[in-house]
Design a protein around this ligand. Sequence first.
Ligand SMILES: Cc1ncc(COP(=O)(O)O)c(C=O)c1O
Length: 394
Amino acid sequence: MNATLLDRLRTDLDVRRESTGLRRDLVASGIQGPTLRVGGEILVNFASNDYLGLAADPEVLESAQRALRDLGLGVTAGRVLCGTREIHGELEAAIADLVGAEDAVLYSSCFDANLGTFDALLGRDDAVFSDALNHASLIDGIRLTSARRYVFGHADLDELERHLAACADARHRLIVTDGVFSMDGDIAALPQLAELAQHYDAALMVDDSHATGVLGATGAGTAEYYGLDGRIDVLTGTLGKALGGGAGGFVAGSHAVVETLRQVSRPYIFTNAMSPPLAAAALTAIRIARAHPELRERLAANTSWLRTALQDLGYDLLPGEHPIIPVMLRGGSLARDVAAALRRDGVLAFALSHPVVPAGEERIRVQVSASHTTNQLELAAAAFGRAYAVMAGV
Ligand SMILES: Cc1ncc(COP(=O)(O)O)c(C=O)c1O
């Protein structure tokens, strides 16, 4: 190993170890569900994105097993070579149908979808406007385009409008937002964003990773939640959260958007096609998510129950209705201490601190699932209650 590089990496790791500490992965075993086995402990899991509880659904798992048997594990080639199977087209059609778009195209992940979209659709004469709290994959995707880039303050429509007005000379303007913001759990103001887009002849792109399957009567996402039809030009999302939790991402939109991505988007072209078992699992998850609105009803009821319980205990929550519940525990190591106390009580939820959230905005992010039972919700509330009593010195 090159000694200069090795020295620099070791020094950087030492600095990181002393400042924020090094991340360590939690190593779990067994099937992902409302509980998780970690070593000898069984923890009630409030840290996953399995919003509809489909990750452990027997039908989802069985469809993956069937695809493994009939189609194999992988296709050993990209989509544009010999990697495309019928199931990829079926899944793309099912996604387009779910989100109400003309067409959709699969990627290995939503991270890849976001990396591969901007450079494919925009050029140096264009301008892109991105919410400051957008996901890392959008930020990185925007870095790859030669378009002019503007970041507006989180949900700051006035600042966005100023940038839009100043870019009247651009060939295209593209506004980009998360549908649901992953750290705050708030839902983007799509009606107002769509109005601004219309007024300034801009296109609107939404990353609905935390909303597909979750929001709206049929799980179509943030646009359906607001009753907005056909106002999103480019929609990206993941199959790794509510839709079975396997892996995979997509871009949905008009035929022209999707066809352009198939022709020129680098993470579509230069990588292996999605493994058939993953595609089969996602297809089944979409079918179940659409056929069972009661999953979304249970998710909403579970979320509302836990929000009320935590508020009654005296916790400060960011307002919202999405199953991401940010429990604000600002300053020092409070969030980490409470997360450790929860863990001792058999509840898994992560503390988020700088640089994931701004310093002073430390929190525990609780993520609710339709698969959480009443007992599990009560257990979480009781654990938060004990932690609160310790914090308050009661
Ligand atoms: C808003 C958002 N976009 C994209 C992603 C990436 O999704 P994937 O896991 O499919 O790459 C995530 C996952 O953390 C996310 O929260």
